[in-house]
Design a protein. Structure first.
Length: 187
């Protein structure tokens, strides 16, 4: 019993450090994937809002190539009026431009921009990396489907979990072997 207690006493600090580093590595990679998913939308939303504020006609965005948000990985634009109703753009889900929670628009208006992960309530599990930017007559939302990003995040979770289990097992085995080996040499 004393040997097992000694093994755990020596192994526990290693286990804590291994777990902390696996968690840190996972979080860094996951956040890199998720934050990078916003990059094209930031530029798109800001550019469209700028153009609308400087005279480009809203009708320009009514004839954009439609993008089915639930199946396509292409980025899209949806323009909302000041009341939050969709009035133009390319993003469609179930054949219509989606409504977005008014709180998302309010936050963008107060802060100049809002970056959210959005799951339209009728999107059958579709998750969107969306950036909302206000302009003088409403809001511009640029988004894209997160399907590929979430696949990479899932792979990262599996890799980090496997690394954690293997590292914990390996250190435990080495410490246990050392404890028994040293104990027999002493005895």
């Amino acid at each position: 019993m004393n040997k097992i207690r000694n093994i755990f006493r020596v192994w526990l600090p290693f286990a804590i450090v291994i777990a902390a580093f696996c968690a840190l590595a996972y979080a860094a990679v996951q956040q890199s994937y998720r934050q990078g998913a916003n990059d094209p939308q930031i530029q798109m939303a800001e550019d469209v809002a700028f153009k609308l504020d400087h005279g480009t006609a809203l009708e320009t965005y009514w004839t954009m190539e439609p993008v089915d948000m639930s199946s396509s990985l292409a980025p899209f634009i949806v323009i909302y009026n000041a009341e939050g109703a969709p009035v133009g753009g390319s993003g469609l889900i179930n054949g219509a431009q989606p409504e977005i929670p008014i709180g998302v628009l309010d936050y963008a208006k107060q802060n100049g921009q809002n970056r959210v992960t959005w799951e339209p309530y009728y999107g059958n599990g579709t998750r969107i990396a969306a950036v909302v930017v206000p302009y003088k007559d409403g809001f511009v939302l640029a988004g894209r489907n997160l399907r590929e990003v979430e696949t990479r995040e899932s792979q990262t979770t599996q890799f980090a979990g496997l690394t954690l289990v293997l590292a914990l097992a390996a250190t435990f085995i080495v410490i246990a072997f050392g404890e028994y080996f040293l104990a027999e040499k002493k005895g």
